[in-house]
Design a binder for this molecule. Structure first.
Ligand SMILES: [Fe+2]
Length: 434
């Protein structure tokens, strides 16, 4: 068992590193050190930061080893330097960063060989390794978002996503009643996903698929961006100040729209989930459509609740880890897949594409669950509780399966849209619907 776990951890570390290498080797050194947007770090910062976290947690803490580079801890502490300031720091250059990354990984693998995985809570079930694997995969998604913001010729390539296999439209009724939200049993779940607790969610309707480009274009065509009625006061102020007129990366193309993705410009695909919208845009669309965004609890109930057994599944399709037939995850494709592309990934009640494709904005702020306990450090989640954040759920085409499950929680500022963010709508079902 323990040897299997070691092998699984080593394979996951290797898989994350292959993705990091692909994203950082796709561009030349001048591109690697450049800041492509004030919202993002230079890729070379992400690269060394991933290794620095691995050093802090696996080499020094779990392994009890001497520091590899104590002198650079401060440079790669995300709390010390906002992204906009990072290019001005005396960062490791590309060659130095790569050497550091390799050196840390050698030591981390040596620690993995020797550590007892049934010891203290930090290493039980390989948690610290799982945390570092998820951290690297999360930065790989961030680096993919940086790629989307860079100018110049395309450097990334992938197969197009699968076509729709069945039509998926309309909404699904989720019956009212209690369900189990969060988890006590997911070995690598982060502190903010814990503990499992019962939430009573009244009956509601939720879209069977995320809102598509075609539907979003209707909102634009109906003057949705010019009508304050649909926007919250904060949303409207932001829409005005930022001059929002369409999702990020969209531009007019004759009577329709085109978007630029990873350096390639093409007409929007009508039945693909809309991506690169901020919370305020999602909120305004929902109001225009006579709907609202789902709460986080509603989203999780739609994703996990199995009415036949009353229990919550790990994923909409069951407890088995994601396979390519279930969901558009892991940067296998560089766009969301059309609604109806993943019937094998639907929930028991028939809600599609909750996992993968686009992160989905929910109407909920980010807070700890009842009984929340910091583990292993407050800076992972707790310092963000109650801040100006909205929770996003489900992962995107840029998210790896290691950092995505039915309980996984992401959060960001409501104005952010450089992330792979979309949404679906919900509405109350009213009395008698359950
Ligand atoms: Fe980080």
């Amino acid at each position: 068992m323990t040897q299997d776990l070691r092998l699984a951890v080593a394979a996951e570390l290797e898989r994350a590193r292959a993705r990091t290498a692909l994203l950082t080797e796709a561009v030349d050194d001048s591109d690697l050190v450049r800041q492509h947007s004030p919202l993002m770090s230079p890729l070379v910062w992400d690269l060394a930061h991933v290794a620095n976290q691995e050093e802090l947690w696996l080499v020094r803490d779990v392994g009890g080893r001497e520091p590899v580079r104590r002198d650079i801890d401060e440079l790669y502490d995300a709390f010390k330097h906002p992204r906009g300031d990072r290019p001005a720091l005396p960062l490791l250059g590309p060659a130095e960063a790569r050497a550091y990354v390799d050196q840390v990984r050698d030591k981390a693998l040596d620690v993995l060989d020797r550590v007892r995985l049934d010891g203290r809570p930090l290493v039980a079930d390989g948690f610290a390794f799982g945390m570092i694997i998820q951290h690297e995969q999360q930065h790989d998604e961030t680096m993919l978002a940086t790629h989307q913001l860079r100018d110049g010729a395309p450097v990334l390539d992938a197969e197009p996503p699968p076509a729709a296999r069945i039509p998926v439209t309309g909404e699904v009724l989720i019956p009212g009643g209690p369900f189990t939200m969060g988890t006590d049993t997911e070995a690598w779940a982060l502190d903010n996903e814990r503990p499992a607790h019962t939430v009573d969610v009244p009956a509601f309707h939720i879209d069977a698929a995320p809102v598509t480009n075609a539907r979003y274009a209707e909102f634009i065509a109906a003057g949705g961006y010019d009508d304050a009625r649909w926007w919250s006061a904060r949303g409207w102020a932001h829409r005005q100040a930022a001059g929002l007129t369409a999702p990020m990366h969209w531009r007019r193309d004759g009577d329709g729209w085109a978007y630029t993705r990873f350096g390639r410009t093409e007409r929007i695909v009508a039945d693909e989930p809309v991506v690169h919208v901020c919370y305020f845009e999602a909120e305004a669309f929902a109001a225009w459509a006579g709907r609202r965004l789902p709460s986080e609890a509603e989203w999780e109930k739609a994703a996990r609740f199995d009415p036949a057994t009353g229990r919550s599944r790990r994923y909409p399709w069951g407890d088995d880890p994601p396979e390519p037939r279930h969901a558009n995850l892991g940067q296998r494709h560089l766009s969301p897949a059309p609604a109806g592309a993943y019937p094998d990934g639907a929930s028991p009640l028939g809600v599609h594409q909750l996992i993968g494709d686009v992160w989905e904005w929910t109407g909920s702020g980010f807070d700890g669950y009842p009984g929340f306990a910091v583990f292993p450090y407050a800076e992972y989640s707790q310092v963000f509780f109650g801040g100006d954040y909205k929770v996003l759920r489900g992962g995107s085409f840029g998210t790896d399966a290691a950092a995505c499950r039915g309980t996984f929680r992401n959060w960001d500022h409501p104005v952010r849209r450089q992330i792979f963010s979309g949404f679906r709508c919900a509405r109350d079902a009213g009395p008698g619907a359950a």
